[in-house]
Design a protein around this ligand. Sequence first.
Ligand SMILES: Nc1ncnc2c1ncn2[C@@H]1O[C@H](COP(=O)(O)OP(=O)(O)O[C@H]2O[C@H](CO)[C@@H](O)[C@H](O)[C@H]2O)[C@@H](O)[C@H]1O
Length: 494
Amino acid sequence: MTTPASPPLSPRGGSATPVLSLASEAYPLVKTGGLADVVGALPAALGEHGYLLTTLLPGYPALAPMIRGGREVHRWPDLIGAEARLVEASLGEHALLILDAPALFGRDGGPYGDTGGRDWDDNWRRFAALARAGAEIAGGVVPGYRFPLLHAHDWQAGLAPAYVRALDLPVKTVMTVHNIAFQGRFDLSLFPALGLPDWMASIHGVEYYGALGYLKAGLQAADAITTVSPTYAREIRDPTFGMGLEGLIATRAASVSGIVNGIDPAVWSPAADAALPARYTAATLDDRTVNRNAVETTFGLAPADGPIFTVISRLTWQKGMDVLVDLLDDLVASGGRLALLGSGDKSLEAAFLAAATRHPGRIGVRIGYDEALSHLLQGGADAILIPSRFEPCGLTQLYGLAYGCVPVVARTGGLADTVIDANEAALAAGVATGIVHDGVTPDALRHAIRRAIDLYARSDTWRRLQRNGMAADFSWRESGRRYASLYHDLMEPA
Ligand SMILES: Nc1ncnc2c1ncn2[C@@H]1O[C@H](COP(=O)(O)OP(=O)(O)O[C@H]2O[C@H](CO)[C@@H](O)[C@H](O)[C@H]2O)[C@@H](O)[C@H]1O
């Protein structure tokens, strides 16, 4: 069905085409990972192309001040079993709708689980409510609002395209996969509570290997599917990366595309970063030394000649942290140091802390989540290690490139698409930006770390790597254009 060509109703007026972006996190309001960065940056990226994105977010406690200061525009007495209201708010230029449902979202802990990291038992209800609200809002349930296009991010928004279909709404849908490993699987017995038509309890709807699959539902129902890099878009057709969804992705191949993430220059720019003791550009890279010294002090590293590696990551198997942690004695013996910021699997956290105890002055570990510290590390460390087994796009290598913190990455997903290995040909051609290794094995990673240490010793070559990375364009310009073109094609098919 084609969207009627009626003039778009824009909540802020004007002639921009309204799009509802639906997600469980958005920087700077709530962030547990890269999803938030992307959802937070898309409105500005698409604004340049005539689309006005409004982001619908759950009313977590962190949003309480905005809920208090916002304007109620709708109420649901029973949204998947909970009372809810919709509050209009904004953060600077970023238009927001907040789903205020205290029974679902008004609780301490993270967006998905309690303070101990245990998933909430009712996540199925919380994110079904978010998705149902999103579909209804896009369809026009709230006076003054209608969105001809709904853009759903990850499994938490995955049911939204299914609701659009079930309610037969004149809304086009895009499902973006930031990580196919997280799928939102729940017991099939919960299906009746979702309020979807019976036929959707099948493989053609939300059923998935005898369970409910929220991401699966979105992939099945959406008009278009995107993921966050071209390589990952190809990889997820393969069982190694598709995590059981490869068949569906392959079936829908004509509707799947990969659009690499950009970075938000308002947040990630070494020339204007308030979190850095010294701001710098490619022309003033010597000034980075001040930040490097701050990294040494903060992480208790003793001055030395070799490079300071950093890791800023969830400490998980996906990120290859189990392989890296076993190589740290070698990294130190080869002349490297490490400043790590991360949290995740308890056994990995303990293993990194043990390595720091074994190598005082050479390895510093900060377990936790610290946005400002992540900026200091990008602005002061020499190289960032990202040995991911799979990486849909990856943002920390992009921040590394922009900050002259040379990325050392596995050749997978978006890492393969954004870092050019410093082999002799690429060095000679002046295009190398980092070090890329094949496979996440101890040998491959050890070799990559040693290559980085050797290259670092060739200070002119290292400078060139830094400058090449800093000159590369990972702004949202091109990716924003590609999303805009997708939106356009969906709403006004040729
Ligand atoms: N301890 C810590 N303290 C402070 N900041 C920390 C931190 N640990 C991580 N971060 C920050 O969190 C973000 C993580 O970004 P990634 O691209 O690695 O995404 P992630 O795997 O979460 O998400 C998924 O979605 C994104 C977005 O599409 C994809 O790029 C990615 O491949 C996919 O796995 C970065 O902004 C990083 O600086």
